[in-house]
Write a new protein. Structure first.
Length: 333
């Protein structure tokens, strides 16, 4: 391929990146607005909505990338994408969101449940990584644990609905019934359209980023940890930032925490059903421990801020991610 052809390809890929970014941003806005309306009408709490519908929806690109990478024989790329995404989700996405929005508040009960779930799944992943390849036995445990987590969320939502109903008078109940009846096909269609736009836009984004990285000669594991990890996490970034800017703080936190839990237990668990996932030594000794560290750091910063992640905390998270990236790319690579 001539220099001219390579230059044309690079220009085309950069153009695709810009277009896909516009699609993703607009789609996330439509998705957030409509999912909040639907959740509110159904009486679902913001944080439950965040760790379920929003988290799973925005995690589909990571899951798809990990699944495709694993089944195509690039399993290290899949593991790198998941671990890299989880580090980026907390240190990068919440760091950016808190810095831009100024503060992200959260509910202590929801934080305790969902942050501990993220922390626990991180330790579970490291445990299985210690034995070498992640195989079908680990996969069954991971998927079962995610089902337990979903059960806990359903129970928490029932408790929330019960408390809300007890605190509501007849007028409030009639308003809720009216809101529930107001959910129409248009809102549901727009929410699905927004989610579809996120997935398609991110697919173009990831393809463009991956091709550019390949042209630049970036190694596969590094591509997974950074190029694909950040690219496939664009939905979480846009949804989390959009939610934080709109004051939907619990939806913002819930999307990231729920996404991280889903990424590990399903994003690695399901592909491992079909083939053993190899573990790179540096992922076990450095990347996975960093993932645990940033989770603990997030919990500590929120607790120090009185159940709020403020701008200073956001800057600390961003500085942590930059430090990790420099060490991983230039010192340990």
């Amino acid at each position: 391929m001539s220099v001219g052809d390579i230059l044309i390809e690079i220009i085309f890929l950069i153009g695709a990146l810009i277009v896909s970014l516009i699609i993703v941003i607009k789609s996330a806005d439509v998705f957030v607005d409509n999912i909040v309306e639907i959740g509110s009408a159904m009486g679902i709490s913001q944080i439950i909505l965040g760790v379920t519908a929003s988290a799973i929806g925005t995690s589909l690109p990571e899951f798809g990338s990990a699944m495709i990478a694993s089944l195509s024989g690039s399993a290290e790329l899949g593991v790198g994408t998941v671990i890299g995404s989880n580090i980026w989700n907390i240190a990068g996405i919440l760091g950016i969101s808190a810095t831009v929005a100024g503060v992200i508040a959260t509910d202590s009960k929801g934080l305790k449940r969902d942050a501990l779930a993220v922390l626990g799944t991180g330790f579970i992943l490291i445990f299985f990584m210690l034995f070498g390849d992640i195989d079908w036995k680990a996969s069954i445990v991971m998927i079962a644990l995610y089902l337990v987590y979903l059960w806990m969320l359903i129970k928490a939502q029932k408790d929330y609905a019960k408390e809300t109903n007890e605190d509501s008078d007849d007028k409030d109940k009639k308003t809720k019934i009216s809101k529930l009846e107001s959910i129409n096909k248009k809102q549901a269609a727009l929410a699905l359209l927004g989610l579809g736009g996120l997935i398609v836009g991110c697919r173009i984004l990831v393809y463009s980023g991956t091709e550019l990285a390949a042209i630049a000669g970036i190694p596969e594991m590094i591509m997974g940890l950074f190029t694909l990890a950040i690219g496939t996490s664009i939905p979480e970034l846009v949804v989390t930032l959009s939610s934080a800017m709109k004051g939907l703080h619990e939806l913002s936190i819930g999307t990231v925490l729920g996404s991280n839990t889903f990424n590990i237990l399903i994003g690695i668990g399901v592909p491992a059903l079909f083939m053993a996932i190899p573990v790179e030594p540096l992922s076990l000794s450095f990347d996975a421990p960093v993932m645990i560290f940033v989770t603990l750091l997030l919990i500590g910063l929120i607790k120090a801020g009185g159940n709020k992640l403020n701008r200073v905390g956001g800057l600390i998270l961003l500085a942590t991610y930059i430090t990790y990236a420099v060490l991983r790319l230039y010192v340990l690579a």
